[in-house]
Design a protein around this ligand. Structure first.
Ligand code: NZQ
Ligand code: ZN
Length: 395
């Protein structure tokens, strides 16, 4: 195990934290591009509170509304043009992961000459990573992606039907203002998808990482257990602020780099899900709930021991030994049953996706991410046939 680790994002966490937004943003700029989604923050009052806090701190607001779920490149370009035209000096993403991701890439596009799609990894010979961005401040209104405290963003190219990511140091937000009160209005379905997303961030690192990371295993299991305990409460009782806070903290930790530090894991489940979202515009967490159990069954056959550990430590199951495939599969069954119990789909049909394009999804996934042998990185790596059979098993 060898690593360098730095996460420069300042985290301001807790109910009522939104009141501090203005003071936090004022340290980084005087004229903010305030990036919003499709309107939830206007309906629930969060927008007005954010603007009041910003204005009280002397920060001018330029509104950039209308970021769609699975944010599109054209929206990013529109936001960057507005930021340039209005001479904004800081970008605030107020919304779900889609809004925060779009805000991050807008902040980089302001300084970027050329097509911002060059920044997004999509199988091109040379990805042009951004090196400069306006200061970014994130305010998540949905607990899911962890975008608020990481250097990633995921963008859809609507012209090419591709969805993929960029990870770059300049995309770390300067500050994440994380106020669980903002999430009480998230409906049960999106709350559950957020739980599925955070669980998958943890399982990707847990199952695909290098050997010899016992402490990270325990971080991962602690995060999983916390989400399994509090997630159902947040789904069933949206107004339960304690449940909202625990789920949101888990979602921050699940992808701010700490749980996965040193594990050096690829994220194969995410790579496959992004292709489903690109083609069918499904909610990311719902797509993961379908792909992840199917992927786990594929991977467990190659490497049961880690899945046995998962079954034992996360679900309290017994095993005949460290290679007990039945125990490994029983743990995966429990994981899938949990996702179903909170209302996530776990079959492609639940996403209203038929089987006709499965070969295409496999090819698209590999076009965006593949190793020297043309396989999707992961443990084990997946051939095109592996991806096809895994998706067929979830049809
Ligand atoms: O657009 P509005 O009107 O705000 O409504 C949204 C949207 O319809 C709604 N919503 C958000 N906050 C709400 C609320 N409704 C009521 N009350 C609130 N407080 O929820 C819907 C979904 O929002 P979205 O932002 O799309 O969801 P999520 O946070 O799950 O973000 C998903 C996006 O993030 C990417 C995904 O691929 C997807 O594009 N990811 C980003 C990552 C990152 N940057 O690190 C990692 C993830 O793995 C993921 O890939
Ligand atoms: Zn995710």
């Amino acid at each position: 195990m060898k690593f360098d680790f730095q996460n420069p994002t300042r985290l301001v966490f807790g109910a009522g934290a939104l009141k501090k937004l203005g003071a936090e943003v004022a340290r980084h700029g005087k004229r903010a591009l305030l990036v919003l989604g499709g309107g939830s923050v206007k309906r629930n009052g969060t927008f007005d509170k954010a603007v009041a806090s910003l204005t009280a701190a002397g920060v001018e607001v330029v509104e950039m509304a209308g970021v769609e779920p699975n944010p599109r490149l054209a929206t990013v370009v529109r936001g960057a043009e507005l930021a340039r035209h209005e001479a904004c000096d800081v970008v605030v993403g107020l919304g779900g992961g889609s809004t925060m991701d779009a805000a991050k890439v807008m902040a980089a596009t302001v300084f970027y000459e050329g097509d911002p799609w060059d920044m997004i990894a999509h199988g091109q010979a040379q990805q042009r990573l951004p090196t400069r961005a306006l200061p970014i401040v994130t305010v998540p209104t949905l607990a899911a992606t962890g975008s608020e405290m990481n250097s990633g963003a995921v963008i859809t190219n609507e012209r090419t039907t591709e969805k993929s990511y960029v990870i770059a140091g300049c995309l770390y937000p300067r500050v994440a203002v994380v106020d669980p009160e903002l999430t009480v209005t998230v409906p049960p379905d999106h709350t559950a998808y957020g739980v599925a997303d955070l669980l998958t961030h943890v399982t990707e690192g847990y199952f695909n990482g290098v050997e010899g990371t016992p402490l990270q295993d325990r971080f991962a299991e602690g995060t999983l257990l916390t989400a399994l305990e509090w997630g159902p409460r947040a789904v069933a009782h949206g107004q339960d602020l304690e449940a909202r806070a625990q789920v949101q903290w888990a979602s921050v930790v699940a992808l701010n780099g700490w749980v996965q530090v040193g594990v050096n894991a690829p994220f194969p489940v995410h790579m496959i899900e992004h292709v489903l979202s690109a083609h069918h515009d499904v909610a990311h967490g719902a797509g993961l709930a379908v792909v992840n159990p199917a992927w786990m069954r594929f991977a467990a056959r190659a490497r049961p021991a880690k899945f046995v550990q998962f079954a034992q430590r996360v679900f309290g199951l017994e095993a005949r030994g460290p290679e007990d495939l039945d125990a490994a599969l029983a743990g995966i069954d429990r994981f899938q049953a949990f996702l179903e119990s909170i209302g996530c789909p776990t079959r492609l049909s639940g996403l209203k996706i038929g089987g006709e394009l499965i070969d295409r999804y496999a090819r698209d996934t590999l076009r965006i991410a593949s190793d020297k042998e043309g396989r999707l990185p992961g443990r084990p790596p997946m051939s095109e046939a592996d991806i096809v059979s895994t998706l067929r098993s979830a049809a």
